[in-house]
Design a protein around this ligand. Structure first.
Ligand SMILES: Cc1cc2nc3c(=O)[nH]c(=O)nc-3n(C[C@H](O)[C@H](O)[C@H](O)COP(=O)(O)OP(=O)(O)OC[C@H]3O[C@@H](n4cnc5c(N)ncnc54)[C@H](O)[C@@H]3O)c2cc1C
Length: 455
């Protein structure tokens, strides 16, 4: 039997996972990437922002013991480390794909019709016929009207990667996960930050109680919060930036970062020639099998819409790749069931300081879903005293089902992104909330917060 040919478009976390999964099931895989193996995740978004956040967390720990303020050249030094780590991560992606026998092609894909694509690369073009395709082209930043990013003073999230000096003042537009992370980085380096959000609170859609606690922590660190505010314009003005608000105020900053939303990266692909139409935000909706509305056309990662996170991208890519290699059935060539993914079960995190993480139903939405909420804090923990904190800095909230089972959880505190895995396991295995409260955590440890979990 001849192997199926699977075309994968985009070599980010979704496309790389799709290519590997399709190869593992015997398909001949062509992976086309127009820019960078590892995708935007490695080149522009996840890796650069997390390197800056890790650095500012270390600087904050240093300052906590009264050991001084951040050195002026910190972002420049961190940037040098980042460029090196980015190349290392790109090489790791390339070696993984090459080792599995994936045919990597440099170039941008445009569809010509069902089963046909053109890849236009730096050394020429190539026409390709395929049996199935996985579209994993990610997302791009969207801008509100009146906002004109110039990469110099009006910047976007990806410009954090090239931050090499500390601006004295900065506006961050957008109080979702990306805006909160950028505000955290800049404040950590010593910038006077104004965080502007359209909703009345931070992190719309997340747990409002913990989001409010995070807002208080940011404000305590000197971040000015301008919430429930519409931005009508944001543009370079003289040697700085002017931000106009809907209430008539006009604010001036040395720089601004725009983080107000994203769109699916489907422009220029000509998916209409596959019989597909992106939704109003450029996304390609898929089912739990990563299937789009067109036969043989799968999609994975950011291009399928929320949640826009790398763990969903990789898991959905693996589902798409396995299915693209196996045809239309529910089992592979060896009769094994093919995987599925429910994006609602994907844990997500905001790498603020402290971190916020959630899995399943946000406890703030529990009442509307007929669930109850249990909450815990670290007020009785010894860890709080070790760290010299006067008030609680750590909190968990859990959405609890009628049989006492964990249905969702949110954590605010150091290491929340790691700690949310316990709640994810509790949901997957139908663990009662009471079992979390009866854990025997090491003292001192962040696990102490679970022992205060009560209805
Ligand atoms: C500032 C920031 C911080 C983030 N931090 C985190 C985090 O800490 N944790 C987390 O889980 N997520 C984070 N994310 C989200 C994460 O980066 C994305 O969810 C992830 O990159 C999605 O992976 P992907 O494979 O779908 O797409 P991408 O990583 O965007 O990769 C898509 C690839 O497709 C290529 N491509 C596009 N069109 C074509 C074409 N026509 N032909 C060929 N190639 C094409 C692009 O060049 C790109 O390399 C962050 C995002 C931002 C903006």
């Amino acid at each position: 039997m001849t192997a199926r040919t699977v075309l994968v478009v985009g070599a980010g976390p979704a496309g790389a996972a799709a290519a590997l999964a399709a190869r593992a099931r015997g398909a001949a895989v062509v992976l086309a990437e127009r820019a960078f193996a590892g995708g935007n995740a490695v080149a522009h978004s996840l890796l650069p922002s997390k390197v800056h956040l890790a650095a500012t967390a270390d600087l904050a720990a240093y300052a906590r013991w009264g050991l001084g303020s951040p050195p002026e050249g910190a972002p420049w030094a961190v940037g040098a480390h980042l460029r090196w780590r980015r190349e290392a991560a790109r090489t790791a992606y390339e070696e993984d794909l090459d080792g599995a026998g994936v045919d990597r092609v440099s170039g941008a894909v445009t569809f010509e019709g069902p089963g046909r694509a053109r890849i236009e690369g730096p050394t020429g073009g190539r026409d390709l016929a395929f049996d199935a395709v996985v579209i994993a082209t990610g997302s791009v930043q969207a801008f509100p009207p009146g906002t004109t990013p110039d990469g110099r003073v009006v910047r976007i999230a990806r410009d954090l990667a090239s931050l090499d000096t500390v601006p004295a003042t900065a506006a961050v537009l957008g109080a979702g996960p990306t805006g909160v992370e950028i505000a955290t980085v800049l404040a950590g380096y010593g910038t006077r930050v104004t965080l502007v959000g359209r909703a009345p609170g931070l992190l719309p859609g997340e747990d409002p109680v913990l989001a409010d606690a995070l807002a208080r922590t940011l404000a305590g660190r000197g971040v000015e919060l301008v919430l429930a505010a519409g931005v009508t314009a944001c543009a370079a003005d003289g040697d700085g930036v002017r931000v106009d608000l809907a209430d008539g105020r006009s604010l001036r900053f040395e720089t601004a970062f725009v983080a107000t939303g994203r769109r699916g990266a489907t422009q220029g692909l000509a998916v209409d020639r596959l019989g597909l139409a992106p939704d109003g935000t450029g996304y390609l909706p898929v089912d739990g099998c990563a299937r789009t509305a067109a036969p043989g056309v799968f999609a994975a990662g950011d291009v399928t819409g929320e949640p826009l996170v790398a763990n969903k991208a990789a898991a959905q890519g693996a589902v798409a790749g396995a299915r693209a290699a196996s045809g239309e059935g529910e089992a592979d060539a060896e009769g094994k069931d093919l995987p599925t993914l429910d994006p609602a079960g994907v844990p997500t995190a905001v790498f603020s300081q402290p971190e916020y993480a959630r899995v399943g139903i946000a406890p703030g939405s529990a009442a509307a879903a007929g669930l109850s909420v249990w909450a815990g804090d670290d007020l009785a923990s010894l860890r709080r005293h070790v760290l010299g904190r006067e008030t609680s800095s750590d909190a968990v909230r859990v959405a609890v089902g009628p049989a006492g089972e964990v249905r969702g959880a949110a954590i605010l505190g150091d290491g929340a992104a790691e700690r949310i895995a316990l709640a994810a396991a509790a949901i997957a295995w139908h663990v009662p909330a009471a079992a979390l409260a009866n854990l025997l955590p090491v003292v001192p440890s962040a696990g102490e917060t679970w022992t205060r979990l009560r209805p």
